[in-house]
Design a protein around this ligand. Structure first.
Ligand code: GDP
Length: 391
């Protein structure tokens, strides 16, 4: 495959990324293997990242403030109080998204820009795009569909300039990601939210962030610490619950998770809670085990908490790339998934996995984790994501 334009290290990375894909892996990974941070990639083509940073920085109110009092030539201007303009909700979110996707964009956009600088649209051009999409963890199947769409459009619209393909490619990615409008109904009615995921993906952190988010929306939240298999999981969750200012119901280590759910429902009813967040076991030995566990909890909910709206979120670690996709597949077979939370988007160049998840599983990514702090959980918007990825 043509890998011209990439440094040797980059070529090796791309080949390794492509070779490492395993779509037939039937195993749920029990432990998320800590990924060593990829070695520095050789810079390819001009970086647009600096420009983006500059653009973002230019919007920071404190910097605007620092420049007050100076004319453009540096001379002192007559002081004039200017009102500080806070970034709009959407603007703030978008900036956070762009910042959170820095690593993904760093490798992805630069290579894309380089590819679109080609002189003609030919097989080499398509192969190069293919390599970039795959190495961005968009996945082989999704990449194929995206390129098929692109080739069709190029043919139909008689496009000859590679640069013109960029918009078509962005549209193709958007189309692939379409899973319909993501619903957050659980926020608006009495609901139970199951949170599923293997150890280490960021499940506890996500529950803490979500509890805090809901609390800030004036929702009454109860957390059920039903991951009783893991020593210390309860303590960690308790810390998050305290931080968020919500109640948590737990059980002894190794106790029956369904019993914890039973107690948590009683507490939720007594407090007239809006949302019951259930942390489920992260270490389950097989699919059957997981299914049995979830259906047992579901039976209790049906019996004790009828009419509660049910949401099942699987938490996946974006840094594990295709492995996250495999986990999502396994969980989808075992549970009635209604959404995905993709964590650690801030620390990975594999953010493209969001495209593969939505495209190949049809399950919407509902939230992304972009840091370790309580406020670092954002609702996911595919359009904004693609925009942020390519800006
Ligand atoms: P659990 O075993 O699935 O419950 O995982 P934890 O919630 O304990 O998280 C594992 C590690 O991932 C912790 O060090 C978290 O701070 C970290 N983590 C979780 N979410 C994010 C995120 O969105 N970004 C970053 N950078 N770290 C995260």
């Amino acid at each position: 495959m043509a890998l011209f334009g990439f440094g040797k290290k980059k070529q090796q990375d791309i080949i390794a990324a492509a070779a490492g894909l395993n779509f037939d892996d039937e195993q749920i990974e029990e432990e998320v293997v800590e990924e060593t941070v990829a070695a520095e990639e050789e810079p390819v083509g001009p970086s647009i990242l600096d420009e983006v940073k500059e653009e973002m920085d230019a919007q920071k109110p404190q910097e605007l403030k620092a420049n007050f009092g100076k004319n453009s030539d540096g001379s002192i201007a007559v002081e004039e109080e200017q009102p500080e303009e806070a970034p709009s909700e959407e603007g703030g979110f978008f900036q956070k998204l762009v910042a959170g996707l820095t690593k993904t964009r760093d490798s992805f956009v630069r290579n894309m820009d380089y590819a679109f600088g080609a002189t003609e649209i030919n097989e080499d051009f398509y192969e190069e795009l293919e390599e970039i999409l795959i190495s961005g963890d968009i996945g082989v199947r999704t990449t194929d569909s995206i390129l098929e769409h692109l080739k069709e459009e190029v043919h139909n619209r008689k496009i000859v300039d590679p640069a013109e393909c960029k918009k078509v490619l962005i549209d193709a990615i958007r189309t692939q990601m379409d899973t319909g409008e993501a619903s957050y109904e659980f926020e608006n009615q009495r609901s139970v939210v199951f949170v599923i995921g293997v150890n280490g993906v960021g499940k506890t952190t996500t529950i803490g962030k979500l509890a805090s988010k809901l609390k800030s929306m004036d929702k009454k939240v109860v957390i059920a610490a039903a991951d009783t298999f893991r020593a210390a999981a309860g303590n960690q969750l308790k810390e998050w619950a305290n931080r968020a200012g919500v109640d948590m119901i737990g059980g002894q280590d190794g106790s029956d998770p369904a019993a914890v759910v039973y107690d948590a429902i009683a507490s939720a009813k007594a407090k007239n809670a809006d949302v019951l967040l259930i942390d489920t076991a992260g270490r389950l030995h097989n699919k059957k085990n997981l299914m049995d566990e979830l259906s047992k909890m579901n039976r209790i909910i049906e019996r004790e908490y009828p009419g509660a709206y049910k949401e099942s979120l699987v938490v996946l670690d974006a840094t594990t790339g295709q492995n996250a996709l495999n986990q999502a597949r396994e969980f989808k077979e075992a549970a009635d998934l209604t959404g995905v939370v993709l964590t650690k988007m801030d620390g990975t160049a594999k953010g493209g996995i969001a495209v593969a998840i939505q495209s190949e599983l049809g399950v919407p990514v509902k939230y992304i984790g972009v840091g370790e702090s309580v406020e670092d959980l954002e609702k996911f918007d595919a359009n904004q994501f693609v925009k942020a990825l390519f800006m």
